[in-house]
Design a protein. Structure first.
Length: 205
């Protein structure tokens, strides 16, 4: 048997992930079929997907993990935890909002929100891959900064949600409600303002 070419293998794997992102964004997790994914990916056989992924849930998980900048930030745990609040929160805010950089990613986010509200099993899968990892990460950062005296003492879980909440509202106002003023509000301005307001409330005088 010819040994597997790792470069070709990874290129095909990424090709399938790109196609899955497009198919999931267009039809949602439940309605997107392997045939839809194969067509979007430009591969001949839907069965080829199982050579790279265990099942559709595994593929969906890979799409979220590998196309999300905020999840990549989680891999830099030690470095991020050492950052001072303004630098750390600014970096987190920009990573969180990179979903707006790619239309398919923004479309996928909207569909995920809708499907999560209707289907508990999909909500569980999404939470396991995304929010269930992101919130403990930023909550731990808050707790660590509070313990070091860089932030006032508060419930770190509540503090994490108070910071992430405005960023999520910014995404929804742009991508779901299509508010004109949100569309003209630059991401850098939103992150800077969110960080300023948050630190004004929790940063020691």
């Amino acid at each position: 048997m010819r040994p597997r070419n790792e470069i070709e293998y990874e290129q095909r794997r990424q090709q399938i992930i790109d196609g899955a992102l497009e198919a999931f964004a267009d039809k949602g997790f439940e309605k997107a079929t392997n045939r839809d994914i194969a067509r979007a990916a430009g591969i001949g056989s839907p069965g080829l997907i199982y050579h790279y992924f265990q099942d559709k849930a595994d593929l969906f998980r890979s799409v979220i993990e590998e196309r999300s900048h905020i999840l990549r930030l989680l891999a830099q745990f030690e470095t991020f935890m050492a950052l001072p609040p303004r630098e750390g929160l600014t970096q987190f805010g920009h990573a969180f909002l990179t979903v707006l950089d790619e239309p398919a990613s923004a479309a996928l986010l909207k569909l995920m929100l809708g499907e999560a509200a209707r289907q508990p099993e999909v909500a569980g899968l999404i939470n396991q891959v995304g929010p269930g990892r992101v919130f403990p990460f930023i909550r731990r950062y808050m707790a660590q900064q509070m313990a070091a005296g860089h932030l006032h003492q508060a419930d770190p879980g509540a503090a994490a949600r108070c910071f992430v909440g405005p960023l999520m509202i910014y995404i929804l106002s742009r991508e779901v409600f299509r508010q004109a003023d949100a569309d003209t509000l630059h991401r850098e301005t939103m992150v800077e303002t969110a960080v300023d307001i948050f630190l004004h409330g929790l940063e020691p005088v």
